[in-house]
Design a protein around this ligand. Structure first.
Ligand code: BDP
Length: 659
């Protein structure tokens, strides 16, 4: 039986799957071959497209052709997710070895649109580069007094949880799964990595609610995962310890996991934040993080599950007066000695940078340093440090730089054998992502997880083509003008040259030049009257630069070879230091801050000019947000420029106003 396409609640934006995106596939004679639940999903999609645009769908017929479109599952070596597309003799044929591959193939044809049905097309094979393409939701079931319902969420409440339990009506969750499948995501973790008391129980007596959500996501090929508390045996099981080598603890986890699989047979596994920012972990028992991860891996192994163990482990209570601790070093120092000790179904989940999702960080040296460990790389789609979905900041170019970076002979995209993971930016907002243009980040993330070396601008073209199917070229050009350079624009008006963390403590929105400077969090810029930046060289600094393999250890070691954009991450330099661009550091700071604000003004103008091409609700929302972005960008510019002018006493070479 074809599975009906989820119906969006009134007023919810269809994002990159508006009905019109299916126009080209709709009016056709289509044959679907194969069986299984995901084939029913594909059939449902085609049935809906034909209902709107004419055409008809036939199942498993062999003789009443010809067909415009054939979608066929047949035995082959394409894996569960791969597919081929070919067009000959007027028929476009998608072949897959499994239902998920067929679904991805259908969405591929939707992306191609009319081009999928013109001329001839020689056979192309598509397979995801990474097997796990996951979104972590930092959602709380209960509203947290400080963090709200979605920690670092800027798009309303949770898509999964409402009034303290799983949503009764899961249509929206099904629709979310559909959007995610259309950009290639195949795994979700449904609760916050900071596991509070209510959420801890999802593992045990509230697993039924997780099963309901998993049931809504399954038809779109998405496996459900859960964040669990390392202290669960104590908190939920009444044991006196959570020591991973203790037999009673191990059997508690084995039994809890068996029950999870009873409720959710295709459950993906656990996500664990341990010994990090106050979360419990194996250190309390003198055990290593491999001991901790492997215990959970052992519990999951009989059922084919995976533990995603996060490498975000550092001292968040450090003494800012003591310069011997460098937070950037922490993940490498903790985990590299454990390389080779993790179980095959344990994945070490590493943030892409060594600090914490700043607008500019070097790639974490850990990613190239654990060849015998399955690593997943973690990105942040939610814009915690990049404008909180009030600023336009398309992160495709940044992620692409990260994924193409070669810590050694292989790229990050190739080293991420455990997959790509990202913190979701979606919530129950009518536009899903608060800022309507932040949808582009979610889409781009999924597509880069499928193909890490994809050209981000081409991915953006796909997003534009799907989201605005009938748009004239002027709209596409306008969207590119607004989005393409937005990450670099954001970088220009915020913390300079990779120094990071000049944000308001706590909520992290807006500037606070010394907000974290004398705090215990390990995020300092060391600006004084002579200069700024953190000396992380091996020769005179914290030694962090020495954690890289060659050539990077050498490139980063010296301020002469360190790339400008990372200079203050690696070096403490004088305000008069000359960058490779030829400018001094102080003049660079002034110039980029003036330029950044002008770029926001220009983008706002471009957007205003698109008013006749964008639906009013979306246009108005973005227009309002541009006002806030501009206000905030000016605030950043003025505070950062004044701060450095007052510290350095060096006037702007162009005599512009600095307060
Ligand atoms: C930081 C967030 C915090 C998260 C933490 C994490 O500020 O809310 O809990 O990352 O990744 O960026 O665990």
């Amino acid at each position: 039986m074809p599975l009906p396409v989820p119906v969006l609640p009134e007023g919810v934006d269809p994002a990159w799957l508006p009905p019109a995106a299916f126009r080209a596939v709709g009016g056709r004679r289509t044959l679907i071959r194969g069986s299984g639940p995901l084939v029913e999903t594909v059939h449902g999609e085609m049935a809906e497209a034909c209902r709107r645009f004419g055409g008809r769908v036939v199942r498993d017929a062999s003789d009443d052709g010809p067909y415009d479109l054939v979608l066929a599952v047949s035995a082959g070596d394409l894996g569960e997710e791969g597919f081929t597309v070919v067009r000959e003799g007027g028929t476009t044929t998608v072949t897959a070895s499994g239902g998920r591959g067929l679904l991805y193939g259908l969405f591929h044809v939707v992306r191609l649109g009319a081009a999928a049905f013109t001329g001839e097309r020689s056979q192309e094979t598509h397979r995801p580069a990474l097997a796990t393409r996951m979104l972590d939701h930092w959602d709380n079931v209960a509203v947290h007094p400080v963090m709200g319902q979605v920690e670092r969420g800027y798009a309303g409440g949770s898509l999964f949880w409402e009034d303290g339990r799983a949503r009764g009506d899961l249509q929206r969750v099904r629709a979310y799964g559909r959007l995610l499948a259309a950009c290639g995501i195949n795994a979700i973790s449904v609760n916050n990595v900071n596991v509070h008391a209510t959420e801890a129980r999802l593992l045990t007596d509230r697993i039924g609610e997780v099963a309901e959500i998993a049931g809504a996501l399954r038809p779109y090929g998405i496996r459900t995962h859960l964040s669990v508390s390392f202290a669960a045996p104590i908190v939920l099981g009444g044991l006196s310890t959570a020591d991973p080598l203790e037999a009673a603890v191990r059997s508690w986890w084995a039994e809890a996991t068996r029950r999870v699989y009873e409720a959710v047979p295709d459950f993906g596994g656990y996500v664990v934040k341990a010994d990090s920012e106050g979360q419990p972990g194996p250190f309390a028992y003198g055990r290593s993080h491999a001991d901790g991860a492997n215990m959970l891996a052992a519990a999951l192994e009989p059922f084919g599950g995976t533990v995603h163990w996060r490498a975000f482990v550092y001292d968040h209570r450090q003494d800012w007066r003591d310069r011997s601790t460098d937070r950037a070093r922490a993940a490498y120092d903790h985990f590299v000695p454990l390389d080779g000790e993790f179980a095959p179904n344990a994945v070490l989940q590493v943030k892409h940078g060594p600090m914490d999702f700043q607008v500019r960080e070097p790639v974490s040296p850990l990613i190239g340093a654990m060849p015998r460990t399955r690593l997943a790389v973690e990105l942040q789609v939610t814009q915690e440090y990049t404008g909180q979905q009030r600023h336009v900041c398309w992160l495709g170019p940044m992620w692409s730089e990260v994924l193409r970076f070669r810590p050694e002979e292989r790229s990050v995209g190739a080293l991420a054998r455990g997959g790509l993971v990202a913190v979701s930016n979606a919530g129950d907002d009518p536009f899903w992502t608060g800022h309507p243009l932040a949808q582009a980040n979610l889409y781009t993330y999924g597509r880069l997880a499928w193909q890490p070396d994809a050209e981000p601008r081409e991915v953006l073209d796909e997003w534009i083509g799907l989201s605005f199917p009938d748009a004239p070229a002027r709209l596409a050009d306008g969207l590119h003008a607004v989005l393409d350079g937005s990450w670099r624009t954001y970088e220009k008006y915020t913390a300079p040259l990779g120094v990071g963390f000049m944000v308001q403590p706590g909520h992290h929105y807006g500037p606070s030049v010394d907000g974290y400077e004398y705090s215990p969090w390990g995020t300092y810029h060391f600006a004084d009257r002579d200069g700024i930046g953190v000396d992380r060289s091996a020769a005179t600094g914290t030694g962090y630069a020495g954690q890289y393999a060659k050539p990077w250890a050498e490139v980063y070691e010296s301020p002469d070879t360190c790339p400008d954009e990372l200079l203050l991450f690696f070096h403490h330099v004088s305000y008069g230091h000359t960058l490779t661009s030829g400018k001094t550091v102080i003049q660079h700071i002034y110039d980029t801050h003036f330029d950044g604000v002008e770029e926001v003004e220009a983008a706002r103008e471009v957007w205003a000019g698109l008013v006749d091409l964008v639906d009013p609700a979306r246009h108005t929302r973005v227009t309002e947000l541009f006002e806030e972005q501009l206000r905030s960008a000016r605030e950043w510019r003025d505070q950062v420029n004044s701060y450095f002018f007052r510290k350095s006493g060096v006037p702007d070479a162009h005599g512009r106003r600095i307060y």
